[in-house]
Design a protein around this ligand. Structure first.
Ligand code: SF4
Length: 251
């Protein structure tokens, strides 16, 4: 929930969401549209859909219990290397390192070189002190977010300056974080984007069906019904939306 959605907004919704869907089984027995409705205001709706699909797989293949190994977690819909390792480290306290934009930036600068997919994951795993993955990963995430910042790293406040290759070399260009796997390059503008139109249609569908003739205006493109149909089609492809008579409904 907290990925790309403000934590203060997530905090308000977290309790009611868990009360509504307290277990994978409780979620799996509801239609996906119900989860999408409860996801309102929590970012990408596709995540709600994947959550529902994941809950269904957990019930059907794992007896309703979340798998506690990397292979089992990676096989769940919508779960990639970051989420799988975050669950292993924070829920099961396994000694794995998490690679996200913040930790990958620290690891690359520490190593003093751009890191590819295998190298950055190995560096993250090898750095974890035995038995302390929970605390270590929290610290790494915070270090990257608050000290080893993207534009202006605060090396004077950093606890690892003595071993940081990039710092010791004088922070020369290019910054090794640039191009390192996992380090985000920033998102394109939301305003006017397809994402904005998708979100507007799903928001309207949470309240009820939307007639075909109203789709373009609902998505914010009253002058461009072709674009509206194309983008609405991507929602159908994702399994979020279905055609219902002369309009659309949540799947
Ligand atoms: S010393 Fe500077 S560049 Fe190196 S990890 Fe710390 S903040 Fe980042």
């Amino acid at each position: 929930m907290a990925q790309q959605t403000q934590v203060t907004r997530v905090a308000q919704r977290w309790g009611p969401f868990l009360a509504r869907f307290p277990t994978p089984a409780a979620m799996a027995r509801e239609p996906a549209a119900e989860v999408v409705r409860w996801w309102s205001g929590l970012g990408y709706n596709r995540r709600a859909l994947n959550l529902h699909r994941g809950a269904t797989v957990i019930v059907e293949q794992h007896g309703g219990v979340l798998p506690d190994d990397l292979k089992g977690l990676l096989a769940l819909p919508g779960v990639g290397p970051y989420t799988a390792r975050a669950v292993l480290a924070f829920a099961f306290e396994r000694d794995v390192g998490i690679v996200d934009t913040n930790t990958a930036r620290v690891l690359a600068r520490w190593a003093g070189e751009r890191l590819g997919p295998a190298a950055v994951q190995n560096a993250a795993d090898e750095a974890v002190p035995l038995g302390q993955a929970w605390m270590w990963n929290q610290a790494m995430l915070d270090l990257g977010a608050t000290v080893c910042r993207r534009r202006v790293p605060r090396c004077g406040e950093c606890p690892v300056t003595a071993g940081c290759a990039w710092h010791l070399a004088g922070r020369l260009d290019p910054d090794p974080a640039e191009g390192t796997t996992g380090v985000s390059v920033g998102q394109s503008s939301f305003s006017g984007s397809d994402r904005q139109g998708r979100g507007a249609l799903v928001a309207a569908l949470r309240l009820g069906e939307v007639a075909l003739a109203e789709v373009a205006a609902t998505m914010g493109w009253p002058e461009d019904p072709e674009r509206a149909q194309r983008v609405a089609g991507t929602l159908i492809d994702d399994g979020l939306v279905r055609r219902e008579g002369e309009g659309y409904a949540l799947a």
